[in-house]
Design a protein around this ligand. Structure first.
Ligand SMILES: Nc1ncnc2c1ncn2[C@@H]1O[C@H](COP(=O)(O)OP(=O)(O)OP(=O)(O)O)[C@@H](O)[C@H]1O
Length: 324
């Protein structure tokens, strides 16, 4: 695939609420190269899931959308039902937070994986063989037995591996992983993240890794996009996160991590409460919570500008760069 794997341009989404439509994405723009892992990070309600769901046109009923999304150069908004089916079943795979909500509880693991593979045109025998092979590749033991088991017989971590196997089975160009480890205990989380990381490198699959955990995302991704109240406020290389983060929100998130302070010292939290696009200020979305807020932040929307190794939308950072 040449060019961008994923290109999102000025995506705006309004969702119906009890008192009319309200904005949940306020102009999201993102690019991913083929095989790249991009971490989409932010607090609850910032719009991470809505961004991922928009890629597959899986938004709630009544959603109003503007902007454009291209996957492998094809505009998702222009796809007919056949094209959309192909996008969802072949080009892009999605892994959700709770594997038990993804896998049909009354079918066996073998049936679940077999169904995904037969949609690709494989015979039953070929589908079963491939399902077993993929499970083994991601470190699932006693594969024959697993294929005959039902979801309730598997731990959450093992079931999430099955979901990842299903995502890999279609050989997609892009995996959207929406908080794939949040529902799991800490040790299992690490295993599942390691599998995703290993497999996406091995197969050169693009990975959009959604998380509220900046450090976790930085450990698996090439770049990090920080989201606040329906906008992207900063994008930077994952390995420069600590050194180069410029946006006050990214800096606050970094200070709010256990391990960012010496043992026994008080952990900072991001001051104020998380906001969604509809309750954040119309100018700089972070103005209400920003420790460095200035008059200009309440007057105009900050432009997204290249600064150092990354890009940032902050009046104060821009002023610093311009005025030295
Ligand atoms: N079905 C829905 N109908 C109306 N509003 C919704 C719906 N789903 C989500 N929202 C709202 O859209 C905004 C963005 O939600 P989204 O789930 O994308 O955030 P998120 O960053 O993924 O948060 P979380 O980490 O909690 O999943 C929130 O204000 C949320 O309340």
């Amino acid at each position: 695939m040449s060019g961008d794997l994923l290109r999102i341009e000025d995506l705006r989404v309004d969702l119906p609420g009890p008192s009319g439509h309200r904005s949940v994405l306020r102009g999201v723009s993102l690019r991913m190269a083929p095989g790249e892992a991009l971490g989409l990070v932010g607090e609850s309600g910032s719009g991470k899931s809505m961004t991922a769901r928009s890629v597959l046109r899986l938004l709630p009923r009544g959603a109003r959308t503007t902007g454009a999304i291209h996957v492998g150069g094809v505009e998702v908004g222009g796809l007919d039902s056949g094209g959309l089916r192909r996008l969802r079943s072949r080009d892009v795979a999605m892994v959700f937070q709770d594997p038990r909500a993804t896998v049909n509880p009354v079918r066996t693991v073998g049936d679940f994986l077999g169904e995904v593979l037969r949609e690709q045109g494989l015979s039953r025998a070929a589908a079963d063989a491939k399902a077993g092979r993929i499970l083994a590749e991601i470190g699932v033991d006693r594969v024959e037995r697993r294929l005959r088991q039902h979801p309730y017989e598997l731990s959450g971590g093992l079931l999430q591996r099955v979901v990842i196997a299903a995502a890999l089975a279609t050989e997609p160009a892009l995996i959207l992983a929406d908080e794939p480890t949040t529902a799991l205990d800490v040790t299992t989380q690490e295993e599942v993240v390691a599998i995703l990381d290993e497999q996406r490198r091995l197969r050169s699959v693009g990975l959009l890794f959604i998380s509220h955990d900046l450090e976790l995302a930085a450990a698996v991704c090439d770049r990090i996009a920080v989201m606040y109240a329906g906008t992207i406020v900063e994008v930077l290389p994952a390995d420069r996160l600590h050194e180069d983060a410029r946006h006050p929100y990214t800096q606050a998130l970094l200070r709010a991590r256990p391990g960012s302070v010496p043992p026994g010292a008080r952990l900072e939290t991001v001051p104020g409460r998380p906001q969604s696009a509809f309750d954040a200020p119309p100018t700089c979305v972070f103005a209400d919570r920003c420790p460095a807020v200035a008059d200009v932040c309440r007057v105009a929307v900050p432009e997204f500008r290249a600064v150092g190794t990354g890009e940032v939308a902050c009046h104060l950072v821009s002023a610093e760069v311009v005025h030295g």
